[in-house]
Design a protein around this ligand. Structure first.
Ligand code: 1PR
Length: 541
């Protein structure tokens, strides 16, 4: 098998990249010292986390001259995400830290006054009629970043680069650049389905380098960021000891029959692949009983990720049990170590539930001070805030008056059992088993401050009801924070997705039961959205 070298300069969630390279028929060798760079014929710089962290690690380990020499020698080089950013001179993310300076210019941050930042999701990479390593105007690619190089027509082209752009909330940014032997993408090709695998293949085979910059005929480029549709798999061991996908009604996952068996809706790896092929933009696994278990003994979830990431080339999130813990033999294991195990097995994001609530309570108790010791802070520092999702399990608490509680209330169109016109959303832990004196606004603001990159917003009242998303909850949370929100709980048919995307500012929407029970496919949801003029990504086979 031909080989490609990957620069191993920092711990990262690069399992998916290895899987994607192998899918293209190449094997990966790791470069672990600057001297080894000279042995590499093709070199990939995967970018993880933070610009300053990436470039300072490269500099302090002595990689920069070796990488420059590789590029100057005309050998194939590919940078991904922060690996693209590192080619520039600098970034406002870490102003004192220089980049490789191969491209003149410095990165800035997306403006978050009118839109969510990070920019997460499937967007275009429009090369304006030029060939750029098999990018296609009709395809969508998976981006996740807060910093970008703003596109100014002709500027990079004057330096000899062919440029593909994306547009997000009125800002046009560089999505990919290429010049002869060098390709760099702001998006993650290894997470961009078949469209991304095509780009990796054209780099590996060398066909992209031969044709870069040539004029190509093709369809006109299509719009920007798509509406993300996510399939969620709640996973747990059933009474027979098998790991199954289950689904509850308001978090009760047992059958209503006398035997009260755990509902078994299928096998996690098979279902994830099925949803990927139906066009799911992401797949989320939640280990819903992990609060009882010791996570290190929880090897089946690691195996599920390993096997899923071999065939599913969209982002994978895993949640459940991510917190500091003590293993069965008494060894202390940090949340960061647990997250690292998941990332190494193929997860792209981890989702934190109960531990986030407890951390937020402490943060508020000490007067909103951060000490860098929470799971959210530690994982986002190591892997970037886009890798940390906080899963929220709120429940409505009805009150008669707006000021009947210290919590953030809303006036609801769905009054409570005694006609109460107001409610607030109480956070819960342990899968809804314990309700805390913390409201959802307090929680999401606290975890945003700690460095969470996204909120997975469940709703216990709506879960499994097929009655549609809780739009009032989503509005309240969206109005409180700048990071993206995934609406969850209540989806029963495609019109609920249209409703949540057109009536709220949610960034993504998640469904579970309606897909598991076979009532609708992800494709049907996307077709429905597309027919109503909403931008979606369709699966490329
Ligand atoms: O607290 O960090 O160990 O994480 C535990 C995770 O497990 C949390 O993310 C929590 O949301 C989840 N969880 C715990 N218990 C349950 C349960 O159902 N008994 N599931 C549970 C949460 C909610 C969604 C569901 C949507 C959509 N499930 O994942 O998929 O509500 O469902 P629908 O479309 O069928 O309505 P920690």
């Amino acid at each position: 098998m031909p080989t490609v070298h990957l620069l191993d300069y920092v711990a990262g969630n690069v399992r998916s990249l290895v899987n994607a390279v192998e899918k293209c028929g190449y094997s990966v060798e790791w470069v672990r010292s600057p001297e080894e760079v000279s042995r590499a014929e093709k070199l990939i710089l995967p970018g993880v986390g933070h610009f300053g962290h990436c470039t300072s690690q490269l500099a302090s380990a002595g990689y920069l001259p070796a990488v420059r020499a590789h590029i100057d020698a005309g050998k194939p080089f590919m940078g991904i995400c922060v690996g693209l950013q590192a080619l520039f001179e600098g970034s406002v993310e870490d102003p004192g830290q220089p980049g490789l300076g191969l491209i003149k210019g410095s990165l800035d941050r997306f403006d978050d006054t009118q839109k969510s930042v990070p920019h997460i999701g499937w967007n275009s990479a429009n090369a304006a009629g030029k060939n750029l390593y098999d990018l296609r105007p009709e395809s969508k690619y998976y981006y996740v970043h807060s910093y970008k190089y703003p596109y100014v027509k002709g500027e990079l082209e004057a330096q000899g680069w062919t440029v593909a752009t994306g547009e997000y909330g009125g800002e046009i940014f560089v999505g990919a650049v290429a010049k002869k032997n060098v390709l760099a993408t702001q998006f993650h090709p290894e997470k961009s389905g078949v469209a991304g695998l095509r780009v990796i293949k054209s780099f590996l085979t060398g066909s992209g380098a031969k044709t870069v910059g040539q004029e190509v005929a093709g369809p006109a480029p299509t719009g920007g960021l798509t509406k993300r549709v996510i399939a969620c798999l709640d996973v747990r061991t059933n009474d027979q000891g098998d790991l199954v996908v289950t689904k509850g009604d308001q978090y009760d996952v047992r059958e209503k029959t006398d035997d009260r068996n755990v509902r078994n809706l299928g096998k996690p790896v098979e279902l994830a692949k099925k949803y990927y092929e139906q066009g799911a933009d992401e797949v989320t696994f939640l280990n819903i009983t992990s609060f009882r278990d010791c996570p290190l003994a929880d090897l089946p979830m690691l195996e599920i990720l390993r096997r899923t990431s071999e065939t599913v080339f969209v982002p994978l999130t895993v949640g459940g049990g991510i917190r500091d813990t003590v293993d069965t033999d008494g060894t202390k294991v940090s949340a960061l170590e647990i997250a690292t195990m998941y990332f190494k097995s193929g997860a792209d994001k981890v989702s934190i539930g109960s531990d986030a609530v407890l951390a937020a309570e402490e943060y508020l108790a000490v007067g909103r001070k951060l000490f860098g010791n929470t799971a959210i802070e530690q994982i986002s520092k190591a892997y970037g805030n886009q890798a940390v999702v906080v899963s929220v399990d709120p429940k409505r608490v009805y009150v008669p008056k707006v000021d009947a509680t210290r919590h953030a209330t809303i006036r609801t169109k769905f009054p409570g059992p005694r006609g109460e016109e107001y409610c607030w959303y109480a956070c819960t832990i342990k899968g809804g088993r314990e309700t805390r004196d913390l409201d959802v606004v307090e929680l999401v603001r606290a975890v945003e401050a700690m460095g969470a990159g996204e909120i997975l917003l469940n709703c216990i009242d709506r879960d499994g009801t097929n009655s549609g998303f809780d739009l009032e909850l989503i509005d309240q949370v969206k109005a409180s924070i700048r990071i993206p929100v995934i609406a969850s709980s209540g989806a029963g048919n495609p019109s609920h997705f249209e409703e949540v995307f057109s009536k709220t500012r949610t960034d993504a929407a998640l469904g579970a039961g309606m897909f598991h029970r076979g009532e609708y496919t992800v494709k049907q949801v996307k077709d429905y959205l597309a027919e109503r003029g909403l931008e979606v990504r369709q699966f490329e086979g």
